[in-house]
Design a protein around this ligand. Structure first.
Ligand code: HEM
Ligand code: HEM
Length: 160
């Protein structure tokens, strides 16, 4: 594990690229249910929203897989001393949950779209909401570190 105070430039780039693709697909998702029904009946996808949703969703999977590989090769900078050892464990668990959620959610979307698995659409929507909850907790933790513990944690993932 690296002891530098910051994630690598590539890790930061991948982190923020995934934030953008996830936010994009969360917003550009209107009418996906209707597009899915049309696509599974006719094999035609003439909805621009759905075309973008599928492409950006697949890009998210590619970026996340790359992220996991880079993370395994480069490791992570050591955490600043936590007020309680449980906080280290919570952060570790939350990060793993974020990796799993960010890969599983779009993969289940693929299963609904290309695999024609009806239930996968509903599961995809539930997973999207669970992932959003995880992200909210993650951002709250980052802000808690930054402004309450004042350990400058945001700098470890900030572009500069
Ligand atoms: C970045 C990851 C993704 C996010 C944040 C996301 C987000 C969403 C959201 C919010 C909805 C609900 C839309 C609504 O209720 O009107 C939705 C539906 C849907 N998404 Fe995704 N999505 C992602 C990736 C994917 C991928 C990769 C695919 C497939 C290629 C996909 C296929 C679908 C389908 C088929 C639905 C409709 C499900 C149904 O109504 O049964 N999504 N997505
Ligand atoms: C889609 C949204 C997001 C996802 C999926 C996500 C995911 C992750 C993951 C998995 C890590 C752990 C990296 C590792 O050690 O392997 C991480 C770290 C980090 N994220 Fe996010 N993140 C998101 C949004 C944000 C936002 C909006 C902020 C800023 C408020 C943020 C700030 C940070 C910081 C500061 C770290 C470094 C934490 C540390 O040093 O241990 N993230 N993020």
């Amino acid at each position: 594990m690296k002891t530098s105070a910051s994630y690598s430039g590539l890790q930061k780039l991948l982190h923020w690229a995934v934030v953008l693709t996830f936010a994009f697909n969360y917003i550009v998702s209107d009418g996906m249910g209707r597009a899915l029904r049309t696509f599974s009946q006719t094999g035609i996808n003439d909805s621009l929203t759905a075309q973008l949703h599928v492409i950006v969703g697949i890009a998210t999977i590619v970026l996340m897989v790359l992220r996991v590989i880079v993370r395994l090769i480069q490791g992570a900078p050591e955490l600043p001393p936590a007020p309680h050892p449980l906080m280290d464990k919570a952060a570790h668990f939350a990060h793993i949950a974020l990796y799993v959620a960010m890969i599983l959610t779009p993969v289940v979307g693929l299963l609904a779209w290309f695999g024609g698995v009806r239930e996968a659409g509903d599961v995809h929507e539930v997973l999207v909401n669970l992932t959003v909850l995880l992200v909210i907790a993650h951002v709250a933790a980052a802000l808690f570190h930054q402004f309450v513990l004042k350990d400058d944690l945001l700098k470890r993932m900030s572009p500069h």
